[in-house]
Design a protein around this ligand. Structure first.
Ligand SMILES: [Zn+2]
Length: 379
């Protein structure tokens, strides 16, 4: 009897420990993470790159790194990701920009990118500090999705990449070739019921930059609104730029929560831009690359812990060889019940606290792609 009580108490203690750890997510630096890919560094100068997505299977001929063994994007197989409690929530600073700070939005023939001031930074979640450089998008067409990363083989409608470089380097040009040079935050976009006001800050200007090399200045806004509210749940691995020259310099973070934009917004994204004269700029994504043994870490558990059936109380008594009831047992039971009640109250408090947090999420950033033991594929 007292053994059973003790076991219950220990289980509750363990549960409390897990709940506490989950709600705090503090301390450690993340150790290893995957590469970063430096998505589309700015194309500049006379030799604006001549590569194209039609030619993506042969990028390695002109850009040897594209045939490397740590390339991006990848398919994230959630049955093989490694839960790494050391992965702290990503923290952003300086992401909310005033409207009087103008940002360059440009169609470079491969994507639309938005220049970001270096005052934006990743200040938590990575072992080092990274400064923002630019963000851009990958998309499909009216007839198919176009995210670069896939999850369990599922391709999402589109994907945003926010590119940062390690502050130990003087510029992104210097950082882009270094193994620890870049950190890219990626999030998936899906079609949802309403217009997303943050994405609208970009999309409403696309008609001004329909042609390759056109650019426009757009007012600053809260760039963090383009990323999920939940920056705790993500996948992490070492990879590369997903475009030539494919440098293997990216520590990738791919968020579990997806972003929603309206159907009209998604249509605008996939139809507005052109390149090379009048070709529609569509399907600007690279296919999943071989992992070559790389590990993909997850900041959360993607599979349920294995559950072993507990021996029943009667089994326990039988094992103990007796079932008599001693006065000490009464105290043990009393203590157990009090402890259980306290623990339950604490767990309820945590649950309530989390629900309140969840309610703060805006409807434009709702979905969690992956929850333990279940995936949902929408879109
Ligand atoms: Zn990219």
């Amino acid at each position: 009897m007292s053994r059973a009580v003790l076991r219950v108490s220990l289980l509750l203690l363990a549960a409390l420990g897990r709940a506490g750890a989950g709600s705090e997510q503090d301390q450690d630096q993340e150790h290893e993470h995957g590469g970063e890919d430096s998505p589309h560094p700015r194309q500049k100068g006379p030799g604006r790159s001549h590569w194209s997505y039609e030619d993506k299977d042969h990028w390695g001929m002109d850009y040897v790194n594209c045939d490397g063994t740590a390339q991006s994007p990848i398919n994230i197989d959630t049955s093989k990701t490694i839960f790494s409690p050391q992965l702290r929530p990503i923290q952003l600073s300086g992401y909310s920009l005033p409207a009087n700070e103008k940002l360059r939005l440009k169609n470079n023939g491969h994507t639309v990118f938005l220049d970001l001031p270096g005052s934006l930074a990743i200040t938590g979640g990575y072992a080092q500090q990274y400064r923002a450089a630019q963000l851009h998008l990958h998309w499909g067409s009216q007839s198919g999705p176009g995210s670069e990363h896939t999850v369990n083989g599922h391709r999402f409608a589109a994907e945003i990449h926010v590119v940062h470089y390690n502050t130990k380097y003087a510029s992104i040009q210097e950082a882009i070739k270094q193994p620890d040079g870049l950190a890219v935050l990626g999030a998936f976009l899906e079609v949802g019921p309403r217009e997303n006001p943050y994405y609208q800050e970009i999309l409403e200007h696309l008609y001004n930059i329909e042609r390759e090399d056109e650019e426009v200045l757009v007012p600053g806004f809260n760039i963090a609104g383009l990323l999920p509210d939940n920056l705790k749940l993500y996948f992490h691995y070492n990879g590369s730029l997903t475009t030539p020259p494919c440098y293997q310099s990216v520590k990738w973070t791919v968020f579990n929560q997806t972003m929603m934009i309206s159907n009209a917004q998604m249509s605008m994204l996939v139809t507005a831009l052109k390149y090379d004269g009048s070709e529609p700029l569509q399907n600007n994504y690279r296919l999943a690359q071989d992992l070559h043994g790389r590990q993909v870490l997850a900041s959360f558990q993607t599979t349920l812990p294995s559950t072993k059936p507990l021996p029943s109380d009667s089994d326990d008594s039988a094992a103990a060889g007796h079932s008599s009831f001693h006065p000490g047992d009464v105290l043990a039971v009393l203590f157990g019940v009090l402890f259980a009640a306290t623990a339950l109250a604490f767990l309820l408090y945590i649950y309530k606290h989390r629900s309140q947090n969840a309610r703060l999420d805006s409807p434009t950033k709702s979905k969690v792609i992956y929850t333990a033991a279940a995936t949902e594929n929408t879109a």
